[in-house]
Design a protein around this ligand. Structure first.
Ligand code: ZN
Length: 413
């Protein structure tokens, strides 16, 4: 048998290496994909059933691997998760001869076999039904059907317990400097998360649409998560000091003293949230405003000063500003949720935490002011007392930076 297989294999390799894809037309290339897939299915299915036999006979032991999936991953240079999936399918197929036969004769793809086996192993009476479905349904529909079979066959409470046991929330920073999160939890808890995010996401979406912006819903969901976290930290830090049962949220920022004076980092200087990643100096100075912030000023590698800094805004002043600015103070913007207090003259430039120098802005305008060079300047002439009382004329003018203006509006002088 091995001689025959080896002979067929070398003939196949020889034949395949002679194929010159460049000379084949579109239809021919599509046909070639079909043939290649048939060969792949044949090889994959043989590998799967062979792996099952290796496991049952302990054929993998004594070669240094700790498990059969590790052995398979080393032996065939495949990822460990792929090896684990093959081992699992091999075990299931041992009890499902009909599905195994369908995989062996090429009727089922590997992906389809995984789905059929997953359902049939917990509810053997559904095997035929799932196999029939696989003939014409998409993989997605097949997966849905299997999910229903599995759900119907396993104890609900037990499944819930298992999912809850496997819950996690992971975060990491990618090489491109982006922060990523991934989580898993029960559907009930997930619904709680979504219910908290949804109304905020809707508000942000509406505000964005009003100002003519269109971004993906996922982008607004991320903004909603930010808004929720900001709300939580603000609430904590404004609670009467020390009485809160939880410690205040602390973000440790390490920034070179020279960088903070200059406004940006230069050759090798540091500006980062410790343990998370790099941030722009503008963001660091912006964070300085939060009372909970602990700023670690570093000079080179050496930590020079550990300072509890912050342009702390006393509670009565905060309340007064909140009372005065019910909506974002950028003219024509009427966003009233998630407003942030901004220093008109930046803190880094010596701007004070005073009633005159503080203003409430929506998140978007705050970001534009912090990062994109937009400025809030006093309008000239200032509104009259009557206009001020009626609130019909804004005392502010929103200056768009030259680079952000459409060409038509540029002063061509
Ligand atoms: Zn605004």
């Amino acid at each position: 048998m091995f001689d025959k297989l080896n002979e067929a294999f070398s003939r196949l390799v020889d034949c395949a290496s002679r194929v010159d894809v460049e000379t084949i037309d579109g239809k021919g290339a599509a046909r070639l994909v079909g043939i290649a897939d048939g060969i792949r299915r044949c090889g994959d299915s043989l590998r799967t059933v062979a792996v099952g036999q290796v496991e049952r006979t302990n054929g993998w032991k004594g070669e240094g691997a700790k498990s059969i999936s590790e052995w398979l991953s080393i032996e065939t240079d495949c990822a460990h998760y792929e090896a684990q999936a093959v081992v699992m399918l091999a075990n299931q197929l041992h009890h499902l001869p009909v599905t195994q036969a369908a995989l062996r004769n090429g009727t089922l793809s590997g992906t389809q076999a995984v789905e059929v086996a997953r359902g049939a192993i917990v509810a053997p009476n559904t095997e035929t039904q799932l196999l029939n479905l696989a003939k014409h349904a998409t993989v997605r529909d097949l997966r849905d059907a299997t999910n229903r079979v599995v759900a119907g066959a396993t104890d609900e409470a037990e499944r819930h317990k298992q999912v809850h046991k496997s819950r996690y929330l992971k975060s990491w920073t990618d090489p491109d400097g982006s922060f990523n999160v991934k989580g898993r939890m029960t559907v009930a808890n997930g619904a709680l998360v979504m219910a908290a995010l949804k109304p905020i996401q809707d508000e942000i979406f509406k505000a964005a649409r009003k100002s003519g912006e269109h971004e993906r819903p996922e982008a607004y969901a991320a903004d909603a998560l930010m808004a929720l976290c900001e709300k939580a930290t603000t609430k904590q830090s404004s609670e009467s000091g020390g009485k809160s049962s939880r410690p205040n949220a602390v973000i440790n920022i390490r920034v070179d003293l020279n960088a903070i004076k200059r406004g940006h980092t230069e050759n090798g200087e540091t500006c980062e949230i410790a343990g998370v990643g790099s941030i722009p100096v503008a963001t660091a100075t912006e964070y300085l405003g939060e009372a909970f912030l602990k700023l670690l000023v570093v000079d080179g590698v050496e930590i020079k000063t550990v300072a509890h800094m912050g342009r702390h805004i006393p509670a009565p002043l905060r309340t007064a500003v909140e009372e005065r600015d019910r909506v974002c103070q950028v003219p024509t913007c009427d966003v009233s949720v998630g407003l942030e207090i901004d220093h008109i003259k930046p803190f880094a430039e010596g701007g004070a935490a005073s009633f005159e120098n503080l203003v409430r802005l929506c998140k978007r305008h705050h970001l534009q002011k912090t990062h994109d060079g937009y400025r809030l300047v006093e309008r000239h002439p200032q509104p009259t007392e009557g206009e001020r009382q009626a609130g019909s004329v804004s005392p502010w003018e929103w200056r768009i930076p030259e680079c952000a203006r459409p060409p038509d509006f540029r002063d061509t002088g």
